[in-house]
Each structure stands twice: as C-alpha cells, then as structure tokens.
Design a protein around this ligand. Structure first.
Ligand SMILES: CC(C)(COP(=O)(O)OP(=O)(O)OC[C@H]1O[C@@H](n2cnc3c(N)ncnc32)[C@H](O)[C@@H]1OP(=O)(O)O)[C@@H](O)C(=O)NCCC(=O)NCCS
Length: 192
C-alpha cells in the first residue's frame, strides 16, 4: 500500500509494477459497482481488469496512480502524449496535448471527486510540461455512458465532436478537451 505525504491528503505518482494487484482489485470493484448501478460498460472493465492493471509500471504506458494516506491506491489513469486517431483531426493530433484514458477511481469513494482531482492534476501536469490541451474520449452506446459525458461537461470539459465509431456503428465516440492550465492551489490537496 502506498500512502500520501504528511502535508497533502493525496499523492499522484507514476504507476509501478508492484501496484498491479491493487489496481486490478480496484478495477474489478468499479466494474461490480457499474453492474449494480445499471451501466452496461461494466463487462469490458471486468474482462480487461488484469490487462489494464498489467500496463501499470510498464514503460510503454504512462500510467499514474492516485493514493490517499488511509486507503492506498484510489485511482488510476493513463496520461499519454499522443492524441488517438479516432475522434480527432490531423491538425488536432499535431497539437501538444495530454490524452487521458482508462481513468478509474475506487467506487468506495464515489462522490468524493477523486476523478475531478485526477483531471485537475492532468491540467497542471500538461501545462507544466508545455502542452496546450488535456483531452479524453468517452464511448457511448445509446444512452449508456451518456451520464459520464454530462458529468465531464459539468466539470468544464468541452465536447469537440461526437462521431460514430469507425468499426462499431452502434458506438459513438465523444471527444472532449479543455485547455491545459497550471493549478496553483492544487498542491494543498495533492502532492505529485
Ligand atoms: C469516471 C470516473 C473515473 C469519475 O471518477 P469520480 O469523479 O470519482 O466519479 P464518481 O464515482 O464519484 O461518479 C461521478 C458521477 O459519474 C457517474 N458515473 C460514473 N461512471 C459512470 C458511467 N460509466 N456512466 C454514467 N455515469 C457514470 C456516477 O454515477 C456519478 O453520478 P452523480 O454525480 O450523478 O452521482 C469514475 O466514475 C469511474 O471510475 N467510472 C467507471 C470507469 C469509467 O467509465 N471511466 C471513464 C473512462 S472515460
């Protein structure tokens, strides 16, 4: 278990191979939460829990874990420096952007804003590193996962476009972004 520092409640640090079991357990718990909450996409998270966890500490995947002092790892995200093809134009892909994917927080702490904390960290991380944007994608099937798009929009993410998935026509790919920006007050909450 990894704890935060004495001065901040949370710590965000690069993922390590040793974190994998803890991350896999959290992903499975989140999949169960999604299933029980009626969100259809829980199946993929459950099925891919070990594979996603195996990316933590693998240098090909820039994974970061959010830790709190009492509970260890309570969130994970991948913060890539490449914008994917799907949902983004060539010009946009040439811009300097951090792309968030596979962001998951511990469902025992829903409503605490852990995902928001990861997002604000990403804005700061990206700006500090000279990037202009932070981006993320959401896949929806019918109404499933639309709540997530609303949740992100409420936080200030702007929808750039929503397009049908190139291979799965029932899936819509939502492209969201916001400008990278230093977050001066963030260090009171989270060390990184
Ligand atoms: C998305 C996520 C990282 C946000 O973290 P968080 O800020 O700690 O989120 P919470 O668990 O507190 O949930 C926030 C809200 O999003 C809703 N929500 C979460 N996952 C959702 C989903 N897959 N579809 C629709 N709504 C969802 C919650 O019900 C909650 O709604 P409320 O504010 O009306 O109560 C986290 O909800 C999560 O791990 N979700 C499952 C995995 C996932 O879909 N990741 C995003 C990939 S783009």
């Amino acid at each position: 278990m990894t704890t935060a520092t004495a001065t901040s409640a949370y710590l965000i640090r690069p993922g390590r191979a040793l974190d994998r079991p803890e991350v896999a357990k959290m992903i499975r718990a989140r999949a169960t939460w999604m299933r029980d909450s009626g969100y259809g996409r829980w199946v993929g998270w459950e099925r891919n829990a070990d594979e996603l966890a195996s990316q933590v500490g693998d240098e090909e995947w820039p994974t970061w874990v959010l830790c709190d002092s009492a509970n260890g790892i309570v969130g994970v995200t991948t913060a890539s420096h490449e914008t994917p093809l799907t949902g983004w134009s060539e010009d946009e892909r040439d811009q300097r952007a951090v792309f968030l994917q596979s962001t998951i927080t511990d469902p025992h702490f829903t409503g605490r804003g852990l995902g928001v904390l990861i997002a604000f960290w990403a804005l700061d991380y990206a700006a500090k590193d000279g990037h202009d944007w932070v981006r993320r994608g959401v896949l929806t099937v019918g109404k499933d996962n639309r709540g997530l798009v609303r949740y992100y929009r409420r936080q200030g993410w702007r929808v750039v476009r929503a397009v049908p998935h190139s291979r799965r026509r029932d899936v819509t790919v939502w492209s969201l972004q916001r400008p990278a920006e230093r977050q001066p007050g963030l260090s009171e909450l989270v060390a990184w």
